[in-house]
Structures are given as structure tokens and as C-alpha cells.
Design a protein around this ligand. Structure first.
Ligand code: DX5
Ligand code: ZN
Length: 217
């Protein structure tokens, strides 16, 4: 069985208690920290830029899993990579061509970082098939990107199963990450379907952090 990685999402932190919460996350056994970047264009919400990421880089030793929900992932890639991102995951829907997708994936890998691509709930999983060798991580959005606290979309499980089948067939070690509406129940369903990285925001930060992380692992 593949080990499950839990990635608490910074989006649901209590920003008046960031230092304590970050320490709790680091002591909980979570290995990754999920950092949601939103630009007000690709999604109707605004969050953080590279300077804030630099602060997280200084403050913690976790793998910084940057998920950009922005219209210009290419323009911002090096800014986030040099600010300390360990992984950079951008959206298929933000890109214009296969060439553009592949060149951004190679740029991320050239920095020695984890290259990720994500699809929104309405995007068919088959769009990822041409890129199975180009990425180290595939992120299946199980809610409409933009906000925390939404309900898990069960159809995401079929996408995860299909993708796991393709990756197993080629003996790929790439991660399948799932993001949105993850709690103990939906997390278990996603793991059974083949996901190995679980992002969770509200479930982790609205409960005891260590207990919630452990219930997902
Ligand atoms: C949504 C973000 C998620 C968000 C998940 O657009 O990509 O990472 O933090 O939040 P929950 O776990 O509350 O659904
Ligand atoms: Zn996310």
C-alpha cells in the first residue's frame, strides 16, 4: 500500500494564530502544507502571493505544495519556485496548448521541483492522458476551486480510479492528489480510489489539528 500524505491547506488557517497552528501542523505528522494561490480571475477569490510563501518557507520545514488557481501560471512559476515552493501545480484550464503545458512542466522539473497539473470538476479526466509522463503529480479537484468548506463531489472518485489505472499500467510513481471537501469519510473513499495525497482545509483547522491529520493518514 502506498503511504498517504496529508496536506493541510493554509486557506483554512486562523490567521490570527498562524504561528501556533503552523507548529501544530508540523507536530501532527503532516508532511506537506498546501498553499492555495488565487488571483481573482481564474477563480472569484484572492489569496496569497510569493512574498507570503517566503514567510512560510522561513517559518516551517514542511514540503510546500503550491496550487495556483491563476490565469497566468507560466508568468508566476519562477517567482513561486524561487520563493520556496517544493511543488508547483497549475490548472489545465488556464493553459492554451499542449506545448505550453509541457514547457511549464519541464521548467518546474528543471528547478528540481514537483510538477503538478490539476483539473476542475467539470473537466474530463481524459485530458490528462497525453501528459502522464510529464508530471509528478495530478490534482483532482473535488470541489469547484475558489473556496474552502464546500461539499465533496463524489464523481471525482471515478476520475481518481481511472487515473490510478493509467499510472499503474505504466508503473508510474506520480502522485494523485485530491482537494476539496476532504474529511475522514471522503478521505477514505479517495484513498480507496487511488489517491495518495489528501488536501484538507476546514476539516483539519476546525478540529484538533493532530487528530484530524491522523484520521486521514
Ligand atoms: C479550494 C482549494 C482547497 C481548499 C480546500 O479552491 O483549492 O485547497 O483549501 O478546502 P476544504 O478542505 O475546506 O474543502
Ligand atoms: Zn488547493
Amino acid at each position: 500500500m502506498t503511504k498517504t500524505i496529508v496536506a493541510p491547506s493554509v486557506l483554512s488557517m486562523d490567521y490570527s494564530r498562524m504561528k501556533e497552528q503552523l507548529e501544530e501542523v508540523e507536530n501532527s505528522g503532516a508532511e506537506w502544507l498546501h498553499f492555495d494561490v488565487m488571483d481573482g480571475h481564474f477563480v472569484p477569490n484572492l489569496t496569497f502571493g510569493p512574498d507570503i510563501l517566503k514567510g512560510f518557507r522561513k517559518a516551517c520545514g514542511l514540503f510546500l505544495d503550491v496550487h495556483v488557481m491563476i490565469t497566468k501560471p507560466l508568468f508566476f512559476a519562477e517567482k513561486f519556485l524561487s520563493a520556496g515552493a517544493d511543488g508547483y501545480t497549475f490548472h489545465y484550464e488556464a493553459m492554451d496548448s499542449e506545448e505550453e503545458i509541457r514547457s511549464l512542466a519541464s521548467l518546474i522539473r528543471a528547478h528540481g521541483k514537483t510538477a503538478g497539473i490539476s483539473i476542475k470538476p467539470d473537466t474530463d479526466v481524459s485530458v490528462l492522458k497525453p501528459f502522464l509522463n510529464d508530471f509528478d503529480l495530478f490534482l483532482i479537484m473535488s470541489v469547484e476551486p475558489g473556496f474552502g468548506g464546500q461539499k465533496f463531489i463524489p464523481e471525482s472518485l471515478d476520475k481518481i480510479r481511472t487515473l490510478r489505472g493509467w499510472l499503474d499500467e505504466m508503473q508510474s510513481q506520480a502522485h494523485i492528489e485530491v482537494d476539496g471537501g476532504i474529511n475522514q469519510t471522503t478521505g477514505a473513499l479517495a484513498k480507496n480510489a487511488g489517491a495518495d495525497v489528501l488536501v484538507a482545509g476546514s476539516y483539519i483547522f476546525r478540529n484538533d489539528i493532530a487528530e484530524a491529520v491522523n484520521s486521514l493518514a
